[in-house]
Design a protein around this ligand. Structure first.
Ligand code: PMP
Length: 459
């Protein structure tokens, strides 16, 4: 930061020049951005000096917490030694090679190869290119269709947003691109309340089979899903869902893609979400947690079924990014993954803070506003309801999630609202004492929201 400015000065310059992602530019300009100036461990500081507990890990990414010296040192060292070289022209750099090797170790055994990108969106663009190329090489070019889910999030590039199932995104820019279709999400509270969660999981998985049959199995290339939908509101599928999806993909020979951009690198209590959910993908997209967000990096783990065909029969794969295998990003990723191993963060989530958070979250079910409270590892969601019976929602015009989020913002807690779901994904380094602190803040914000609901007669 070159100049010290007041909050108002930052906000004025921000409003004058910076178009933020997923933002109504005019309304933000009127209100002014909150300026975050520094961070340590799980706490942010804003330009007014307020301390904020970051229960969203930045944007689901700062898994090792802020201020980790090992990552800072790795970046500094690599910048001095070799800040950039490409991997296009029969060249490679040591950090990219070492990271490819380490990723093959920490990912499930079918993954021995990686294709690097700069982000999760680019990773999913690579998935689309690679899946279609795979079937081309095998002489089945008619296998073009990729099946995804409504309310999925797979990024914001043309292919990423098309794979995603966000209606607001599809409404801008002529999306989805051809041959990407969607089925409903496995959201029990929306579709399955009249049956058990396990029964519902099987039914939701069979929507995939229905779609395969409707499209024609010979035209379907792949199915893609997040093990737990993140941006869609932390939708945790019933335990029966993914094994049945796996069975269906196997039956029709279609490729299974796990988008691990959020779930990867320990978030769910295993290294990857597919391990928690019990399925065996052919491709895995990753980003965010691979570097804990310290620098941008993404990519696709390529399973042996696909790698063998691409390598042995494919010739040149006409695809790549300037920053595929960026040495500084790869050096930071190496330091980050080694730190996750050293600190035993995956075990910490699985055995300690994950179950502790689950227990703490369950106590929120007593709160008058909370219709459901669920967690998976260190992801959690609260469903805010007008009436617990039948999980009756508030009128959409109330914007109950945004009201609650406003209280969080004002009370030193970052919690995200997705419609009527309040969600968290705190850094994996969080301790039990910090979970207690976070739960105290969450309760306070729920109480303030409830007071609003009573006063304004929304209930
Ligand atoms: N996939 C998933 C599951 C994501 O959550 C995200 C980002 N939130 C993306 C892809 C896109 O990643 P990026 O923003 O790095 O392009």
């Amino acid at each position: 930061m070159s100049i010290q400015r007041s909050t108002q000065q930052w906000q004025a310059a921000d409003a004058a020049h910076f178009l933020h992602p997923f933002t109504d530019f005019q309304s933000l300009a009127k209100k002014g951005s909150r300026i975050i100036t520094k961070a340590e461990n799980i706490y942010l500081t804003d330009s007014e000096g307020q301390r904020i507990l970051d229960a969203m890990s930045g944007l689901w990414c700062v898994n090792v917490g802020y201020g980790q010296q090992a990552l800072i040192d790795a970046a500094t060292r690599q910048m001095k030694e070799l800040p950039f070289y490409n991997a296009f022209f029969q060249t490679a750099t040591p950090p990219a090679i070492e990271l490819a090797e380490l990723l093959s170790e920490v990912t499930p055994p079918q993954f021995q190869h990686v294709f690097f990108s700069g982000s999760g969106s680019e990773g999913n663009d690579t998935v689309v290119r690679m899946v279609r190329r795979y079937w081309d090489i095998l002489g089945q070019p008619e296998r073009q269709v990729i099946i995804s889910r409504h309310n999925a999030y797979h990024g914001s590039t043309m292919a990423g947003a098309s794979l995603g199932g966000m209606s607001g995104m599809h409404a801008q820019g002529g999306l989805p691109i051809p041959n990407i279709v969607h089925i409903d999400q496995p959201y029990w509270a929306e579709h399955g309340q009249h049956m058990s969660r396990d029964e519902f999981g099987l039914i939701a998985a069979r929507w995939l089979e229905d779609k395969i049959l409707a499209v024609g199995p010979e035209k379907v290339a792949a199915f893609i899903g997040e093990p737990v939908q993140g941006a869609g509101g932390v939708i945790i599928p019933p335990a029966t869902y993914w094994p049945e999806v796996q069975r269906i993909c196997d039956q029709y020979g279609i490729l299974l893609v796990s988008d691990e951009v959020i779930c990867g690198f320990g978030r769910t209590g295993r290294w990857f979400g597919c391990e928690t959910m019990g399925f065996r993908p052919d491709l895995m997209t990753f980003a965010k947690g691979v570097t804990s967000g310290y620098v941008p990096l993404g990519g696709v783990m390529v399973g042996e079924r696909i790698a063998k065909v691409l390598i042995e029969q494919g010739g040149e794969f006409e695809h790549g990014y300037t920053y595929s295998g960026h040495p500084v990003a790869c050096a930071v990723a190496l330091a980050n993954i080694k730190l996750i191993q050293q600190l035993k963060l995956v075990e910490h989530v699985h055995d300690d803070v994950g179950p502790y958070l689950a227990e703490a979250f369950a106590t929120l079910r007593d709160h008058p506003l909370v219709g459901d409270a669920e967690t998976c590892g260190l992801m959690g969601a609260l469903l805010l309801v007008k009436d617990k019976a039948g999980l009756k929602p508030f009128d959409e015009s109330v914007g109950i999630g945004m009201v609650c989020r406003g209280h969080c913002f004002g009370n030193g807690l970052i919690m995200r609202a997705v419609g009527n779901r309040m969600i968290i994904a705190p850094p994996l380094v969080i301790t039990r004492a910090q979970i207690d602190e976070m739960m105290g803040l969450i309760r306070r914000c729920l109480d303030l929201t409830l007071a609003d609901a009573q006063r304004e007669k929304w209930q």
